[in-house]
Design a protein around this ligand. Sequence first.
Ligand code: SAH
Length: 397
Amino acid sequence: MAKIILAPQKARRVESGHPWVYDNEVAQTEGTYLAGDIVEVYNHKRQFIGKGYINPQSHILVRLLTRNAKEEINKDFFKRRLQEALAFRHLQGYEHTFRWVFGEADFLPALVLDKFGDCVVLQTLSLGMDKFKSLLVEVIVELVQPLAIYERNDVPVRELEGLPQQTGFLWTKDLAAAQTAVKQGITIKENGFQFKIDVAEGQKTGYFLDQTENRAAIAPYVKGKTVLDCFSHTGSFAIHAAGYGAKQVTALDISEQAMQSAKQNAALNQLENIEFITANAFDLLKEWTKNNRQFDVVILDPPAFTKSRQNIHNALRGYKEINLRGLKLVKSGGFLITCTCSHFITPELFKKVLQEAATDAQKTIREVTFKVQGKDHPILWNVDETLYLKFYILQVW
Ligand code: SAH
């Protein structure tokens, strides 16, 4: 097995819990390896740090899988990790639908598994993890006997690893039944509401499980109110609002496909007081401000405006702009419910941008709730990337 020796001063981050070794942190390499092989990582004093897979094509050269020198990386290893991740979700009270593996935070870098009832959606976002795909499929089948395992590897980040983008079934118990189920949509339950999920064509893995608990948190603020759900996607917040007794709900998304799915989900829950608008939120919110349209509650759950550190400045402008527009639409004493899902926008940065937007909009805001992603997406300390979702409920005057 090849050995990667880190440069002095460069090992600290990895030694204190981060699983990534960057290519510019390496002092020396001993032995040979192929892309995707397991290698050992040492500090410059030749103390063992961990073992992981290597990809010389990626700026992230090695991602550690274990810090135990004796642990073999084989099928048993993955079975143990997946079992531990499953037991942890069950401990938390999740039963049918949850994020089963959240990559680095479950000590399985670059692996995402979402379990939607008896359908498991898989993403392998690095070459090293991708090489274990068929092994992972075997383990998943042994552990949960799903109807289907569906691959959603249509993620651009794979190209940094030299991997193609691809989607499709990796395994089915019964191909015809699995095809029908995916075509009709997989039905899940969340906080007592039903959602039909399109694991093949929906965004990311089909549904954003990270907001499950945050959606429940809106209940006290929407009853009897008018609610705008911007960046609505499957209509999840809109449906929660209507289900929690909102008087009238408006769901808005730029994607026609998203609004179709939201409509279907509203019907599934027999909710009739939701209107669906396909439009650009930036434009429509501006127009509504001009026309003095107001809501008791405005929800903003935009996509990550940046996926890189270089772009933070532009992203902050985007967050400020949309929150400014959202704030202007909230009736005095109403609520702004606002999120960022970019890990580059730290809680401090997000707070700062919201305060700036409030100042510009001449509004006073009072923090009611601050939450992060759901607990099936745990935050691993010293791995900053694992804290990505920030969610505020703010009262506005
Ligand atoms: N609130 C959703 C997730 C939103 S994901 C949920 O809980 O599941 C972000 C959504 O924003 C996507 O559905 C995308 O289509 C939409 N979107 C992106 N840019 C937009 C824009 N300028 N105006 C309106 N919607 C936009």
